[in-house]
Write a protein that binds this ligand. Structure first.
Ligand SMILES: [Zn+2]
Length: 321
């Protein structure tokens, strides 16, 4: 299978529109100078795409930068068909939660194009019952096909036309935290187990089996996840923050990294400590917030991540398993 990292930033992107932190200002300064990038690579908001056959592509979440990300990757461009000019190689979308940086891209895919969306019933309810704009995905009868997924139950990824992919997805419950925009009236109808998922995508069986994990938001890499990741060939891990109180320092935010559902990279039980001990998988940080010092490629934090055997994800990286 082929996996494309289309966006490696957390919500807000890098640089973020209202941020003048050393990273965001540094990235803008390098852009203005017009020379080659020595310290900062700009990044769009978190997005992955995966394909088993180079023909049907499955999106893991739907980023607000999706339109730009599709244009940046020719495999996702429409091909003109005998029946007309409207087409997309995007076969379906799998949602890990209802965070805006994971679902806003769905609204960019509303041009009467049939679309298949996998999500937990709770996430589907938030989008379709609590947010009327998502009815734009269902202007024509049968335009959107929602498939409810259950934590712990593996399923094969199938296109909106019903074509099987040979890719199997195991969603696992990670967190019970719903986005703060969800109305209090909606909360009682939502299952805490369905709030935030990690995904394990698998192709093949036995000795030919390949699999990777996608964990854009995880509070703790506990024993279960350590074991699960150690069986994978590749892991995309939550790289939102370097330290637990990073956003407090940067913007006076009230909550710590862990309180926001993101394991920090540094410190005891941080993601660097845990991931560096896992031998088998290739390890890539994604969902990197603009305040994270690892974005400075000349800094000691960036060097520490590389030294631990982990890569700092960048837009456009491609992986073959
Ligand atoms: Zn910033």
């Amino acid at each position: 299978m082929r996996i494309k990292l289309l966006g490696a930033s957390a919500g807000g992107g890098f640089p973020q529109w209202n941020c003048a932190c050393p990273n965001c200002s540094g990235a803008r300064d390098e852009r203005k100078s017009g020379g080659s990038r020595r310290r900062f690579q700009e990044r769009t908001q978190s997005q992955l795409a995966v394909s088993a056959d180079d023909r049907a592509w499955f999106l893991l979440n739907a980023s607000p930068d999706l339109r730009f990300q599709i244009e940046s990757f020719s495999e996702l461009h429409p091909k003109s068909q005998a029946g007309g000019t409207r087409h997309t190689p995007i076969a379906a979308v799998v949602l890990t939660n209802a965070d805006l940086d994971h679902v806003l891209g769905l609204l960019l895919m509303r041009e009467s194009q049939p679309i298949h969306i996998y999500a937990t019933a709770s996430v589907r309810k938030i989008l379709t019952e609590d947010n009327t704009m998502y009815r734009m995905l269902d202007q024509k009868h049968g335009q959107v096909k929602w498939t409810d997924i259950l934590p712990g139950q593996s399923f094969e990824l199938v296109s909106v036309q019903g074509e099987r992919s040979g890719l199997h997805c195991l969603p696992l419950s990670i967190d019970s935290k719903y986005p703060i925009y969800v109305s209090p009236q909606a909360l009682p109808r939502l299952d805490p187990q369905e709030a935030v998922l990690g995904l394990v995508i698998r192709e093949g069986e036995g000795s030919r089996q390949k699999q990777f994990a996608h964990l854009p938001g995880i509070r703790e890499l506990d024993e279960n996840w350590r074991k699960r990741i150690s069986e994978c060939d590749l892991v995309f891990c939550d790289g939102t923050f370097w330290e637990d109180d990073e956003l407090k320092k940067a913007s006076g935010a009230a909550r710590t990294s862990r309180e926001m559902g993101h394991i920090p990279m540094s410190g005891p039980a941080g993601s660097i400590e845990v991931l560096s001990r896992l031998k088998r998988p290739r390890k890539v940080f994604t969902h990197i917030n603009n305040t994270n010092p690892v974005l400075d490629e000349t800094g000691e934090e960036h060097a520490a991540v590389l030294k631990a055997g982990i890569e700092v994800g960048k837009d456009g990286m491609e992986f073959k398993l």
